[in-house]
Design a protein around this ligand. Sequence first.
Ligand SMILES: [Zn+2]
Length: 768
Amino acid sequence: MSGRSAAALITALLPASLSAQGRAAATYLERYREIVSLSPLPGRGADVSHLSLTRDAGTLFLDAGKLFLLSPVGGRTVGAVFRGQGRFVFAPPIPAERVELQRFAGSATLDEAFSEAILLFTDSTVAQFGALAFGPAEIPGDVAPHVHEVLASLQGEKEGSFSRAVMGPLLNSEDTGFFLTRLIRARGDPVLFQIDPGASEAVQLYRPVSRARWGSNWAVVTQFPPQQEGGTPAAWWYRERLSVPSYRVSVHLTPTFSADLAFAAGATLVLKAVEPVGPWLRLELHPKLVVDSARWETGESANVFKAKESDDVWVLAPHRLQPGDSLTLTLAYHGDLIDRYGNWFFIDPAAAWYPQNGQGRNHATFDVSYHSPGWYPLASVGDRIDSALTGKVLTTRWVTRSPTSYASFNLGLFENYHVQHPGAPPLDVLISDDAHRELGRELHAQGYMVLQQRHMRENVAADVSNSLKLYAHLFGACPHEHFYVTEIPYFEGVSFPGLIDLSWSTFQNTSLDGFDEFFRAHEVAHQWWGNGVEGGSYRDAWLSEGLASFSALLYLQSEAEHKDRYFKYLDEYKADIKGDRDDAGPIWIGYRNATPDVRRGYDVMIYEKGAWVFHMLRMLMLDLSTGRDDRFTAMMRDYYTSRLGRPTTTADFQAVAEQHMGMPMNWFFDEWVKGTGIPTYHVAWTSQPAGEGKYAVRLRVTQEHVPPDFQAFVLVSTDLGNNRFAHFRIHVRGDQAEYLSPVLPAEPKEVKFNDLSSVLADVKMEGW
Ligand SMILES: [Zn+2]
């Protein structure tokens, strides 16, 4: 919140009952200040030997040395420093995570000496120190600076901003198992090992990175759910402790003197405890937004703290909530959310413009009223159920039919183009011709050649309509009967239920290589994958992005003029995947593939390799005698209809795939989703008579760059002359093996190994 010093002054003049907010803000800041000034206490040192602290998959052995307790927070001991000879043993229980550790440390488990451990905790650590004899001890001069260094690495830019994983347990004095240690290792950089009970994958190991380069001081090496008590199985990031099932929001968009739009809103949300939680609850709101007031349904004001330029909003509930407890909170807030350049409004489509759940899944119903200038058409998620113009203010009310993970809106100097293609749902396309002309003039003046297509709206609307039709046909009906397609001044697209935001550039022009058709169809596909079927955790992002890209490739293949693009894009993706394979990890580590070293890792693995995985399944299920995709399409329809509206994990998808393949598919998902191997096949072939003028093909396949047990069903096509072809699959496994084809009616002239790019692999043909 802004103006804290002024608020503190005013507090002194207010009656006690009105000063609660000031006091609570001080409570938050008091805790915060106690945390950032943690330092060793004279008289609180102890000799320590053979003490071990086991925290899930990690154990710290404090073999011999000194322990110094740090100053209290909220009257409790929450920190200590160990100096001496220690050892850290750490073994991730999940194979894919052992591989991640291997990439970082050169070894799948850690057993390493350390000389210093700085500890923060609200778990049983303090009890384990109970047997030590604390007394006066000489504190080495660099202990305090080291503690300060660790705290600074967890701090945000502005006062009050601090690692949420640390802040929550310390604010709430929670005994939920929070533990953090920064270790100075005998060899290599320091590491940070953390048990964050607020995360679904609570066990985390971090490495130091540059904040200037990466925006944070620590990057994840490995993380996984605790072994003892699992996080909620399908939680994207946070453990499901709180649910926010419904929102009522009133948004005021008011023109300012500089012709910008001022943003102010009041949001009423229901907070429902799933587990014991609070009394400090955490919500998330865009860093630029400032909270003006907060109150409970009783009318009582709620104590709230939001640091400048932080997205954490901490709200103090009247008491710690027990499962099933429910509160209704109304927050009023405002801020510089919308920028204007010329005729464009920059409204970041993914911005947290309403308070989002910071302690569980976002999945809620929305009832939003917008009060906006009457001359700017507005589109929002939900059905518009009311619209009224009062003077120059347009008030529209939008209500979602079912819970959604995201709500968004867009407005601008738009013209509304209503279109309905036969067999497709009606669209309202909102674009700004003026803005395009202005942009064109500006770029032209700068010497750029600016191509602007004719029929901008029609071209975009045609792809949106056609891809909507194709996907409804392939996957099943989408729950929305009407769509808004709006233009955004970004080089990206974002898809919300019934609302598709597309980059201005795809309206400006349509490239000849099919990319714009692909881009539009990708965003449309999110109505099925992402909005319809939602990813369960961050590990399942490929089920949205990879599948949206694969669906867009299917759309290109369905269009006569772009048929060949399906394989051209897969080839381009393959080059990217091979380029990054040594630096990026498997699809299954999701966003963690983007690192300071491989920033494109996420795009390449989730979007591009993700699309490949669906292509490979399609090829596995292809009917070789008819060339039809019926089995694959039936699987996708089943997947869509059975998972619609539910968070869905890789394991859920695998179960559907196994049902339709009629075989266990661990091998496939382990190789392609949880693994990083890409085989190179060295192939030689010869033909041999099989009697009665028939032949068989003998193939010798050596596989490289993958483990010996790597297996794949590779599609082989043979040219038998006279325009006759035969297709079969061989089950390749082992370092080197020979395979015999089915009996062929004629002598093969040519053999194509890995036809239709059935496996993400390189093929090198050799003489027999
Ligand atoms: Zn996408």
